[in-house]
Design a protein around this ligand. Structure first.
Ligand code: PEP
Ligand code: MN
Length: 339
């Protein structure tokens, strides 16, 4: 259910509706818009009688939301959501490039990679300190030591950092050090983790599960918003298909599909989406062309010695070249890369 306030409704009327919703045991979500305010309602297990809200002062209309997700949908909020992370805005006219290694391995590897990606034009840094590895014998990440190295990257290079929380227990630690908490593909439907990051004070980067539909991705985002955290950036990172020329099939058609259904920003990860270095630049450019709000790209100072995802990691000079090509493409598309 969604309460749409009239154009001239004031704060007092909005507060009264919020109070009413709370008093009947439900949760209000105030969604300010450029011309009107809407108030989403969650927490109901059955239908709500719209009459009790319709008669309140300042209320324009009360509408039922027909989709299984509400707060993430365009029905509830027409304007694109903008999410600001350390001075960088996701959603809107800019195009944000996040880059860095798959995993934080050593301080030198991380800082050197950060220096290179920053000079090439990346505005956020990525790197996993907790790694969700398919084999228990693969490198699992440095844990808190890795988070400290990421904090050093932010201090020395002024780059906000994105890093993954792999379970509920790691969220508090990640929250302390990171600017954006990543929820990985394998955890897209870890509902207790989604609820926990929904109560975090940080933006969340939610990656699409490797066999999830767009609707399932949006429902996972809904878990986070319904807990009160509206700062969710979605990420298309490829789904598993029969194709064996790539690690995953990067589903770029998900971008316009999500844009139609949701107001949340969505970025493309062509690194996990292809798994092969040579395919990353063309798919990165395609991601910009289909209207994504940004990219996340794995770059390693020495990919041949990387402890994870070396074959898909770009050499710093490849990344630099890609950034130059993206700038040209942005011009043709009337967009601009956030510098
Ligand atoms: C990653 O970003 O390094 C990662 C593990 O990605 P995904 O969850 O998409 O596999
Ligand atoms: Mn990786």
């Amino acid at each position: 259910m969604l309460v749409v306030m009239g154009r001239h409704a004031g704060q007092k009327e909005i507060d009264e509706v919020v109070e009413k919703i709370t008093s009947i045991g439900l949760r209000p979500h105030v969604i300010p818009g450029s011309t009107r305010t809407a108030i989403g309602i969650t927490g109901n297990t059955g239908p709500i009688d719209p009459g009790i809200l319709e008669i309140m002062p300042g209320v324009h209309e009360v509408i039922r939301v027909t989709r299984p997700y509400k707060l993430v949908s365009r029905e509830v909020k027409q304007e694109d959501t903008r999410i600001e992370v350390g001075g960088v805005t996701f959603g809107g006219s800019g195009f944000v490039v996040i880059a860095g290694p798959c995993a934080v391995e050593t301080e030198t590897q991380t800082l050197e990679t950060a220096k290179k990606v920053k000079s090439a034009g990346a505005t956020l840094f990525r790197g996993g300190a907790f790694k969700p590895r398919t084999s228990p014998y693969s490198f699992q990440g440095l844990g808190e030591e890795g988070l400290k190295i990421l904090a050093k990257v932010r201090r020395e290079y002024g780059l906000p950092v994105v890093t993954e929380a792999i379970d509920v227990e790691s969220v508090s630690l990640v929250e302390e050090y990171a600017d954006v908490i990543q929820v990985g593909a394998r955890n897209m439907q870890n509902f207790s983790l989604l609820k926990r990051v929904g109560r975090a004070q940080r933006a969340v980067l939610l990656k699409r599960g490797m066999s999830a539909t767009v609707e399932e991705l949006l429902m996972s985002a809904e878990y986070i918003l319904s807990e009160g955290n509206y700062q969710v950036i979605l990420c298309e990172r490829g789904v598993r298909t029969f194709a064996d020329h790539t690690r995953n099939t990067l589903d770029l058609s998900a971008i316009p599909a999500v844009k139609r259904l949701s107001h949340l920003p969505i970025i493309v990860d062509p690194s996990h989406g292809t798994g092969r270095r040579d395919k990353v630049p063309p798919m990165a450019m395609a991601g910009m062309a289909v209207g994504a709000d940004g990219l996340m790209i794995e770059v390693h100072i020495d990919p041949d010695r990387a402890l994870s995802d070396g074959p898909q990691s770009l050499y710093p000079q490849d990344f630099d070249r890609l950034m130059q090509r993206l700038r040209h493409l942005a011009m043709a598309l009337d967009r601009s890369i956030t510098e």
